[in-house]
Design a protein around this ligand. Structure first.
Ligand code: NAD
Length: 319
């Protein structure tokens, strides 16, 4: 029987849903408590589930105590583009959620915490090719600012209180759900859905915008491997660079056309182009390899094959 009791905050999201599924397979359904602002679509199949707004410190503390939580995965955040609509509110939500998690961890001596950071911590003056682990982090969005501050607070809690908090800087994560979360890399997941449905895709970035990506299966594996690694191996207490591969919209389209030759797309760059232009093209994740053995399993074509096969099954009744 698993000794862990895991609290997932933001469990209905892209990463939360997959991590909840994976952690329940490892630790048992009853030992992984999913929480989010609303009930999940698949309702009670998802139990144990609790409604939790992560800005509510007392409810978070109550749930952690009630379930005797040993690990917290804190996935709730307001994303890049949505975040720019109301910058002060975004800062308040992203920071307060993290402070509540770190305080619950400190006070209740939670064994381990996961905080997801993002390549949005980098800005236009960061080296964009093979962006190093340790480099300039002066982002241009409030989302990126909240992730830089979050990384620093993770280091602080580790150094000051010994909190075993671990973090990854995810690049754009591509998965099967295809729901826009307000991330600039969302174009990639929308492209696969349109391709499988036989629709023309309109891309909001220009054809040569190179960005780093991570397929969802690799993102889940990276997270679980990091959280499983021996404490002495974790040299980085801000956040680890991780990546799968880098690609442009044109390269994604070519990869899709190997399987679906009739796929058509057009380019109509909007204001998100400027944001993407400030992000890294590729990421140096050697430190993650050295410390806990990180290696991606999916390159662009392998991801394309799995995305298309999965989405063809999903859309089969409607095609
Ligand atoms: N998916 C990516 O490409 C990516 C890339 C870099 C970083 N990240 C980070 O990973 C984390 C998870 O990303 P995701 O793609 O699963 O996001 P998502 O938007 O799909 O899911 C976030 C979930 O958090 C919930 N949430 C929002 N505010 C909340 C609050 N106040 N209290 C409780 N729950 C709340 C939402 O309802 C949602 O279900 C985020 O912190 C994000 O910044 C993701």
């Amino acid at each position: 029987m698993s000794k862990e009791k895991i609290l997932i905050i933001g469990a209905n999201g892209q990463l939360g849903a997959e991590l909840t599924r994976a952690l329940r397979q490892i630790h048992g359904q009853e030992n992984v408590i999913a929480t989010d602002l609303h009930l999940p679509h698949d309702g009670y199949n998802y139990l144990p589930f609790e409604i939790l707004d992560a800005t509510d410190a007392s409810k978070m503390s109550f749930l952690a105590e009630r379930y005797r939580i040993t690990q917290i995965y804190h996935l709730a955040a307001v994303f890049t583009n949505k975040g720019e609509v109301n910058p002060l509110k975004t800062w308040e939500i992203n920071m307060n959620c993290l402070f509540n998690v770190m305080e619950v961890a400190r006070v209740q001596k939670v064994k381990r915490v996961f905080f997801p950071s993002s390549i949005a911590v980098f800005g236009s003056n960061t080296p964009r090719i093979m962006t190093p682990q340790d480099t300039i982090r002066t982002p241009e969005t409030v989302y990126g600012m909240s992730k830089v501050a979050g990384e620093n607070w993770c280091s602080y809690y580790h150094n000051r209180y010994g909190t075993d908090v671990r973090s990854l800087r995810y690049p754009g994560v591509v998965d099967y759900q295809g729901q826009s979360r307000g991330s600039t890399a969302d174009y990639a997941l929308e492209m696969y859905h349109k391709a499988v449905k036989g629709e023309v895709f309109e891309c909001f970035l220009n054809e040569n915008t190179r960005l780093p990506f991570l397929f969802i299966d690799d993102a889940v594996r990276a997270t679980l491997d990091l959280m499983d690694a021996p404490e002495k191996n974790i040299a980085i207490r801000s956040s680890y660079n991780v990546t799968g591969f880098s690609a442009t919209p044109a390269e994604l389209a070519d990869s899709i056309r190997r399987v679906l030759p009739d796929f058509k797309m057009q380019y109509n760059p909007d204001e998100r182009q400027k944001m993407a232009d400030s992000w890294p093209e590729s990421i140096d994740d050697m430190q993650a390899f050295k410390d806990w053995g990180w290696r991606p399993k999916y390159d662009l074509d392998k991801m394309t094959d799995k995305m298309i096969a999965t989405l063809q099954k999903k859309y089969a009744p409607t095609l």
